[in-house]
Ligand binder design. Structure first.
Ligand code: NI
Length: 174
């Protein structure tokens, strides 16, 4: 396992659409292990392969809290099949956009289909923090960042001057 460099804005790779994974081999398994190690090292709760410069539809998540046992989840070719009308708001950060937190409203519950490490098709119903984190990471696979929820003007200001913002209990880093 190794810790990879996380790419940050304005790296154009972050805007690219990741390719579906056709076969899960040694490289994909190693990539998933590296993503976990890189994510834990950066104190994030989610990381997509594109964030280490690899355009494959793979992401990892662990939303367990500090004092809990680790709950590593990996998703290959994830796609959201259903979302709730009910929404939730978190102040989201992103490992690819340093020191920036943006309030984003997303469906509170989502159902995702994906492939697991053994190539088996699975589905999962996600709620709350896990739902938000998963939607954030799937956005990465489609080249979309949290700053794309803002106007171009605000986005440009953030990219120019990575802003510091206030503390918030629901702040997450994904
Ligand atoms: Ni992110």
């Amino acid at each position: 396992m190794s810790i990879k460099d996380i790419i940050t804005v304005p790296d154009e790779t972050l805007k690219k659409i990741s390719e579906p994974v056709e076969k899960i081999g040694v490289n994909e398994k190693k990539l998933i292990n590296d993503l976990f190690e890189t994510m834990y090292n950066s104190k994030g709760i989610g990381l997509a392969a594109v964030q280490v410069g690899i355009l494959k539809r793979i992401l990892v998540i662990d939303v367990s809290s500090k004092d809990e046992k680790k709950q590593p989840l990996s998703f290959i070719n994830p796609s959201i099949k259903k979302v709730s009308n009910e929404m939730s708001i978190y102040e989201e950060g992103c490992l690819s956009i340093p020191e920036t937190f943006i309030e984003i409203e997303r469906p509170k519950i989502c159902e995702v289909e994906y492939i697991d490490l053994n190539g088996k098709k699975r589905s999962m119903k996600c709620d709350g923090l896990l739902s938000t984190c998963l939607q954030h990471e799937i956005n990465h696979l489609d080249g979309k960042l949290i700053i794309d929820h803002l106007s171009k003007l605000k986005r440009d200001i953030i990219i120019k001057k990575i802003s510091k913002s206030k503390k918030n209990p629901d702040r997450i880093l994904v």
